[in-house]
Design a protein around this ligand. Sequence first.
Ligand code: PLP
Length: 397
Amino acid sequence: MLSDFSPLPPDPILGLSAAYREDRNPNKVDLGVGVYKDDSGVSPIMAAVKQAEAAILLEEQSKAYLPPVGTEGFLVGMQQMLFGENHAVVLDGRCKTQQTTGGCGALRVAAQLLMRGSDSATVWVSTPTWANHVPLLGDAGITIREYPYYDYTTHTIDFDGMLSGLEQAAAGDFVLLHGCCHNPCGADLSLSQWEILSGYLGQRGLTPFVDLAYQGLGDGLDEDVAGLRLLADTLPEMIVASSCSKNFGLYRERTGTLSVIADTAEHADNALKQMLNVARGIYSMPPSHGAAIVETILQDSELTEVWASELNIMRQRINGLRLDFAEQAAARGIGRDFSHIAREKGMFSFLGISAEEVECLKSEYSVYMVNSSRINVAGMNSSNMEYLVDALAAVLA
Ligand SMILES: Cc1ncc(COP(=O)(O)O)c(C=O)c1O
């Protein structure tokens, strides 16, 4: 039977990384892979993480399994990051949180939870959305529908289109929203749009399902969850998948949470029991190390300060690169408008060039990005910016 499998086409992003590694051009630029990089092109371990790890190594007494839900200190810290201190949904027991294997693990457990609720569970995703949403949700059996989101011509959110697209959603459907730093387009809802959306979802009986993978990398730790908190303030139900991969730099430690908000504490408890049972059928217990790091940082005010200031530097660097790139491209006289790059948030944006231009940048200038022209802004740095702008000017001439 194992001989019956046909080969799969190579994963486009992994293929891009392999091609970049093999490229001998000393000026090569990697804007493809979605990890944060510093000015020297390295994806660093944060100092607060190193300090927390040192403490854990000294203090850890056992490698016995964690409880299925995760450790309390981590869960409390994550709930505070998401909803702030003393949010009613937490105090009233309407919000329940489970430690997961990264944001991906949270999305998959959520998908299987929804399928337990209804075998026709439907999740509406933005056009475009993060490519991995499709297998993470779809392979669990979720019906995936799309609502308009990003206008590629104006590089803005088509908010009217979004609401009219969602007119086709049925009560009980879920609407997947990027909490901040939309991947791949970098265009985030304004607070007034979140407000309108919250009223709309409530009125239509639609449930928000927020994917929060970049908290702290857009406008700030609290600013980036203003929309999420508004939904939590006003709606009876919500699902939140959150990730510590980017904001703690814990990618390989697979650290995240899945939270449910229900109309009553009892309903939230029932949902949590189902979530734990779903995880039991996939990986059983969550891993410890990443969550222990986050817990150690969040429970120590000095370490929290170190971490928050490192995160600030990362965010400011990304926002600075966005501005710098837009200014340099304008100054270089490239006949295209890249001002949206400076307006958008987080690690990703579309350059807005054609697949042929993307290919030409790669083959002629060793500048790597995915075909859609999505770029990882953090792949720019002080050494490659001028080369990148020159390459772009040459290709677009
Ligand atoms: C939009 C979005 N959601 C979720 C994730 C999940 O991240 P992880 O599973 O690494 O925590 C990512 C990672 O790139 C992402 O971009």
